[in-house]
Design a protein around this ligand. Structure first.
Ligand SMILES: NC(=O)c1ccc[n+]([C@@H]2O[C@H](COP(=O)([O-])OP(=O)(O)OC[C@H]3O[C@@H](n4cnc5c(N)ncnc54)[C@H](OP(=O)(O)O)[C@@H]3O)[C@@H](O)[C@H]2O)c1
Length: 293
């Protein structure tokens, strides 16, 4: 039997970096695919990963990255090209006879999603299914890290306001680290998970005001939810030099959010990892510096 080694793509990203760490801490060999060499790739190397530089949009890079690998985590940012990257990855996974691919999708992935990124996630799931590669799709709701993105964080820090057009929608924020523990667990013990699609949530389904209350509670500074309009949100996002593909996604998932697509919770993280997921209060406490003026 070949020795097991796991490939983590987007290894310098939010879920990737923790997935690499959890696998290494579990005694496993890890190949970390990074987009470029920098201090993040150096940290992965120091942690014990074999670091390879590559582009998920280059078929040769993906074939090389999967050689000698048993299982892989596929993660691609909200950028154009995910369907192409997934088709290349499925082909490479077949060649390498991978035992499992954990595919990062999202809760809003639907065949009629208006967000191009969410629709691409749905098609990418199908490409993997059609390929016959043993796959597990994970569909998280909004990450806890969302609160620390500049376009969400700045109004919190500067005005004491969460200014999102999320109406009365709700979600149970889930940390990247909790997802990473689940991804590592699925990669290393895949048999009961193959073929499943897992919606992933944090422990508590919250309104935006309840999230604001949690931030207030931990930071000691008053934060309120001040819902904005879709038009004002677009103008706000445009001040952050974000690509239109990302802005289009954020606008459409805001409407999804109002319509309840991101709501709900379940016990999958605890079942898969035998550890309860982090509360939003714990996340804010752990990342307190992100909320300082
Ligand atoms: N954030 C949320 O709330 C949320 C919720 C549900 C699902 N998701 C899903 O999570 C996934 C990743 O999220 P994210 O956008 O926040 O990214 P991320 O995982 O934090 O970072 C993406 C990583 O991929 C690397 N990368 C970019 N283009 C690449 C390419 N062509 N080939 C190889 N590597 C490449 C980037 O490297 P560089 O930085 O060096 O470019 C970066 O390290 C997305 O599929 C998204 O739909 C996110």
């Amino acid at each position: 039997m070949r020795q097991r080694k796991y490939l983590v793509t987007a290894a310098a990203g939010k879920t990737g970096v923790h997935t690499v760490r959890h696998l290494i801490e579990g005694g496993h060999s890890v190949r970390a695919l990074v987009h470029k060499e920098d201090e993040r790739s150096e940290a992965l190397r120091k942690a014990g990963a074999e670091v390879v530089v590559g582009d998920l949009l280059e078929h040769d890079d993906v074939i090389r990255a999967t050689q000698g690998i048993s299982g892989a985590y596929l993660c691609y940012p909200v950028r154009p090209g995910f369907i192409q990257a997934t088709a290349y990855f499925a082909d490479a996974a077949r060649r390498a006879e991978l035992e499992v691919v954990v595919n990062m999708s999202q809760i809003s992935a639907r065949e009629d999603a208006k967000s191009h990124a969410a629709r691409d996630h749905w098609i990418a799931e199908r490409v993997l299914d059609w390929s016959g590669v043993p796959t597990v799709h994970i569909r998280p709701t909004f990450f806890s890290e969302w609160l620390t993105f500049p376009w969400v964080r700045d109004p919190i820090v500067k005005e004491g306001k969460i200014t999102l057009p999320y109406g009365n929608g709700r979600h149970a924020p889930i940390s990247a680290e909790d997802q990473a523990r689940a991804i590592a667990a699925i990669l290393t013990q895949p048999s009961t998970h193959i073929g499943k699609t897992y919606p992933l949530y944090g422990p508590v389904d919250l309104s935006q005001q309840e999230i604001a209350d949690a931030v207030s509670h931990v930071t000691g500074r008053k934060v309120v939810y001040s819902p904005t309009s879709i038009e004002a949100y677009r103008k706000h996002l445009e001040t952050y030099d974000l690509p239109e593909f990302l802005i289009q996604h954020f606008i459409e998932v805001a409407i999804d959010y109002q319509n309840g697509i991101f709501a709900g919770t379940n016990d999958l993280i605890e079942k898969i990892t035998r550890q309860a997921p982090q509360t939003i209060e714990a996340f804010v406490a752990e990342n307190r510096s992100a909320f300082e003026v």
